[in-house]
Design a protein around this ligand. Sequence first.
Ligand code: UD1
Ligand code: UDP
Length: 360
Amino acid sequence: MTYTIATIIGARPQFIKEAPVALALRKDFKEMIIHTGQHYDRNMSRVFFEDMAIPEPDYNLNIGSGPHGEQTGRMLAGIEDVLIKEKPDYVLVYGDTNSTIAGALAAVKLQIPVGHIEAGLRSFNRSMPEEINRIATDRIADHLFCPTEHAVSLLSKEGMTKNAFLTGDVMYDACLHFLPLSDKKSDIVHTLGLTGKEYLLLTIHRPSNTDDPGTFLSILEAVAESPWPVVFPRHPRTKMVMENAEIQQIISKTKHLKIIEPVGFLDMLQLENHALKILTDSGGVQKEAFFLGKPCITLRTETEWVETVKAGYNMITGADPEKISRAIRSFEPSHERKNFYGDGHAAEKITEHIKKVLIS
Ligand code: UD1
Ligand code: UDP
């Protein structure tokens, strides 16, 4: 009997996480991809399907942007319709976005078993929408696939032990799998006129940094003092806030800030791999910096990826301009790098687990 797994994705990091999982899953199962349409610009969605050869979505719900409740509610209704029609045997959701909680909630209400990939992460900051999505998804999912031992231990403290499984991180799988292809295909460092290890890479998209112009300006102020060029693939949320006149004025004076459109994964891996340091508020980018051995300056007041900080590769600066400036000039990792994120076969381990559940 062929079992069908419905994969629910919708935002940029979920496409990246799905790529290695699709390769593993499709050896044993029929996979059906439901794209919620949370991200929809070509360079926030399609480019990943092309770069990483992710199979075409079977459904695109085209939900688009909107306030949290409305966006999540429309996803819930759309996903429910598809699940009722297709009756998959299992549903997979990824990470902590509104697409994650909508997918998990639609499935559990229909009594379809749900696996949560990247379970057990906590920032302990409930003002982050992602924190609410993670807590809620972990509570209702049937199987919690954890990227790290720390995630397993956090779930255990919340009483979730029997259904939590250490698999390793599918983003590590993706990084290992796609780095050689990126080396071969991407010429972005050269095209942008950059020299390896002589530029910084910056990404910003968290509402805590974008929604308050003062906070955003503090980060820009520090970046403006960087002795090296700063490449900034700009998320669409960030582009919107940068239309502010004061911000435009600072940018016009910051000659070495290279603002570019968001890039595909192969280009992003090159930008990360050749950067001197990486500044980010992204979860995924913090980890990739670690995988690639790059010092990471995290523009948040806390992180879920605590191993990277303990290992001495990630410095938490928040939006404090002095701390950021100091880190840009002098932060150097001081320890050997251990591998906290598995062996590059997390996707296979997840597939094996689903096989056991469905076939037993
Ligand atoms: C979402 C996730 C966040 C994740 C991020 C990855 C939630 C609550 N947040 O944040 O966890 O880290 O994706 O990038 O699910 N927009 C476009 N084009 C697009 C997509 C978005 O212009 O293709 C603009 C819209 O104006 C939109 C805004 O970006 O309102 C924010 O998009 P949204 O998906 O709501 O949140 P993200 O900030 O992308
Ligand atoms: N990424 C990318 N192009 C970009 C910016 C990010 O391919 O222009 C990738 C990055 O390498 C990582 C993922 O997107 O794999 C992280 O997604 P994002 O920062 O949007 O979300 P988060 O991880 O914070 O949820």
